[in-house]
Design a protein around this ligand. Structure first.
Ligand code: NAD
Length: 498
C-alpha cells in the first residue's frame, strides 16, 4: 500500500508518530494509501527547519523569489493533468472540474509573480526639517496553513505563493482525506527552484493542528474549513499570540427575481448547486425565487435538467458530477435530506440510495431538489455540503434580502435580475462578502481578495490578493534625519514637525 509521508527539509519522512489513517478513492470506496499522522514532534521538527530556511529566504531579493513563482507557473501549466488526476483520485471531482481548480490556483501564482510591485513601500521626503519617512513591509517568519478537503490544490495555493513571495517560510497541514495534492505541490515548488525547508508539509489531524496553534515560533496561521473549526483555530491561535485568518463554512443564497431570464438562472443553479457535488464553499445551496410563479417556472426547468445529469467517476469522460468525499459524508447528507422531508420540505428529486453500476461501493449521492424549505428547518440552517439544492419561496424582494441578512453565514450570494435598481440595492445592502449580479459563483480573481462576512470568516484579512500581502507582512516605518548638521538642542516636548 502506498504510504504518504510528511516532507520536511525536502525529504519525505514518517516522523516518530506511529499513527496512520487510510485514504480512499471516493468513486470506488477502495483504499488507495496509508497516511502518516504527525503531532507535536513532527510540527516542532518542521518549525525548526522552517526557522533556519527563513534566514536566507527572507533576505533573498523579492525579484528572485518571484522567479520561483514564474517557474512554478509554468510547471503548473505543464502538469495540469497530473495535478487534476491527483485531486480527482482522492476527492472524486470530475477531471474538468479539477482542471478548473488548477486554473484558479494558477491565477494566485501569477499574482505572486508580481510581488516586487506589491512589496514596494512608501516614501515621503521633508516630513520635517531634513527629515524623510519611508515605510516597508517585512516578512513575519514561519507561517502555517491548515486546509480543507474540498480544494486540495487550490486552497493551499491560495496561501503558499503569497506567503512565500512575501519572504515567509510555510508549513502546510493539508486535509487528511485527500493529502497527495499537498506533496505534489511541494515537489513542483522544489522543481521550480524553491530551497529545501522553505515549504514543509506535515500531515495529520487535530494533534498536528493544535501543535501548530500553540507553537511559539509560528507567527501566523491561515485556515480554511468548517465554521466550528475555524472559530476554534482563531480563538486558540490568537490566544497564543498569532495573527490568524480563519475562513469558515457557508450557506449561499441566489435570489431569482420575476424579471430574470429563467433559463439562464436554471443553468446557473445547476452548475453552482451540483458542481463538485455541492462541496464548494461558494456553492449555491439555496434558490430563493421571488413570487410563486417564478418558483413554479424555475422548478419546471430544473427537474428535467437534474434527472438528466451525468453522474459518475472521474475516470469516465463527460461526467458532470462525482461522488461525495467519504462514507460518513454520504450518510450525513442523506440523513439531512430525510430530516428536511420530516420537517415538511417536499423532496422533488431524491438523490438518496443512488448507485452507479460497477461502482457500488462509491460514496454516491444523487442530485437532490427540495422545495418549500422554511427558515426554521435544519436543511436551511445547516451547511449540507452535498448535492442538495433547496428552494425557499419568497413573497417579495425585501423578504428575500432579509432572509439572507439574518443567516449566520455570509460567504457568497447572487441575484439574477434584469433590474438595475434591484441589483444595485442588493449589492449595497446585502450582508455578505462576495456578491454576484447574474453571476452564480462570484469567486474573486486573484488580484482581488477572497473572504466572506459574519460566521464565514474570523479575522480581519481576506485570503490571497492585496489582503494577503498585508496578512503575511508587518509594516515598518522608518524616520530619518539628514543632514546631521541641524541642531536644535535637547527637546523634551513630544516631537512635532516644526
Ligand atoms: P474541516 O473543518 O473538517 O477541516 C479543515 C481542516 O481542519 C483540516 O485540515 C482538518 O484536518 C482540520 N480539523 C478538522 N477537525 C479538527 C479539529 N477538531 N481540531 C483541529 N483541526 C481540525 O473542513 P472540511 O470538511 O475539510 O472542508 C469543508 C468545509 O470547509 C466546509 O464547511 C466549507 O464551507 C469550508 N470551506 C470554506 C472555504 C472558504 O473560503 N470560506 C473554502 C473551502 C472550504
Amino acid at each position: 500500500m502506498k504510504k504518504i509521508q510528511h516532507i520536511i527539509n525536502g525529504q519525505a519522512t514518517s516522523g516518530i508518530s506511529t499513527q496512520t489513517q487510510s485514504v480512499y478513492n471516493p468513486a470506488t470506496g477502495e483504499q488507495t494509501a496509508d497516511l502518516v499522522l504527525g503531532g507535536l514532534d513532527e510540527v516542532s521538527l518542521a518549525v525548526e527547519n522552517s526557522k533556519q530556511a527563513f534566514q536566507s529566504w527572507s533576505t533573498t531579493a523579492p525579484a528572485k523569489r518571484a522567479k520561483v513563482m514564474f517557474n512554478m507557473r509554468q510547471l503548473l501549466i505543464d502538469n495540469a493533468d497530473l495535478v487534476a488526476e491527483t485531486i480527482s483520485k482522492e476527492h472524486g471531482k470530475t477531471h474538468d472540474d479539477a482542471l478548473g481548480e488548477v486554473t484558479r490556483a494558477l491565477e494566485v501564482v501569477e499574482y505572486a509573480c508580481n510581488i516586487t510591485e506589491n512589496l514596494k513601500g512608501d516614501f515621503n521626503s521633508d516630513v520635517g526639517p531634513g527629515i524623510d519617512t519611508h515605510s516597508n513591509r517585512q516578512a513575519l517568519g514561519v507561517v502555517a496553513g491548515i486546509t480543507p478537503f474540498n480544494f486540495p490544490s487550490m486552497v493551499p495555493l491560495w496561501m503558499i505563493p503569497m506567503a512565500l513571495a512575501c519572504g515567509n517560510t510555510f508549513i502546510l497541514k493539508p486535509s487528511e482525506r485527500d493529502p497527495s495534492s499537498a506533496n505534489l505541490i511541494h515537489d513542483l515548488f522544489a522543481k521550480a527552484g524553491l530551497p529545501a525547508g522553505v515549504l514543509n508539509v506535515v500531515h495529520g489531524g487535530k494533534d498536528a493542528v493544535d501543535a501548530i496553534l500553540d507553537h511559539k515560533d509560528i507567527q501566523a496561521v491561515s485556515f480554511v474549513g468548517s465554521t466550528p473549526i475555524a472559530e476554534y483555530v482563531y480563538t486558540r491561535g490568537c490566544a497564543s499570540g498569532k495573527r490568524v485568518q480563519a475562513l469558515g463554512g457557508a450557506k449561499n443564497h441566489m435570489i431569482i427575481m420575476p424579471d430574470a431570464d429563467i433559463d439562464q438562472a436554471a443553468d446557473a443553479l445547476m452548475g453552482a448547486g451540483f458542481g463538485s457535488a455541492g462541496e464548494r464553499c461558494m456553492a449555491i445551496s439555496m434558490a430563493v425565487p421571488v413570487g410563486q410563479e417564478t418558483a413554479d417556472k424555475l422548478i419546471e426547468k430544473l427537474v428535467p435538467m437534474i434527472n438528466n445529469m451525468k453522474v459518475g467517476p472521474y475516470t469516465q469522460k463527460g461526467m458532470e458530477m462525482g461522488p461525495v468525499i467519504t462514507k460518513d459524508a454520504q450518510t450525513r447528507i442523506e440523513g439531512l435530506i430525510t430530516q428536511g422531508e420530516t420537517e415538511g420540505a417536499k423532496v422533488v428529486v431524491d438523490g438518496r440510495n443512488f448507485k452507479i453500476d460497477g461502482h457500488e461501493e462509491g460514496y454516491w449521492v444523487g442530485a437532490t431538489l427540495l422545495d418549500h424549505v422554511k427558515p426554521d428547518m435544519s436543511v436551511y440552517k445547516q451547511e449540507i455540503f452535498g448535492p442538495v439544492l433547496s428552494v425557499l419561496r419568497a413573497d417579495n424582494y425585501q423578504q428575500a434580502v432579509d432572509l439572507i441578512n439574518a443567516h449566520e453565514y455570509g460567504n457568497g450570494t447572487a441575484i439574477f435580475t434584469r433590474d438595475g435598481d434591484a441589483a444595485r440595492d442588493f449589492a449595497t445592502k446585502i450582508q455578505v462578502g462576495m456578491v454576484g449580479i447574474n453571476v452564480p459563483i462570484p469567486v474573486p480573481v486573484a488580484y482581488h481578495s477572497f473572504g466572506g462576512w459574519k460566521r464565514s470568516i474570523f479575522g480581519a484579512h481576506g485570503i490571497y490578493g492585496p489582503e494577503a500581502v498585508h496578512f503575511y507582512t508587518k509594516l515598518k516605518t522608518i524616520t530619518t534625519r539628514w543632514p546631521t548638521g541641524i541642531r536644535k538642542g535637547a527637546q523634551f516636548n513630544f516631537p512635532t514637525l516644526d
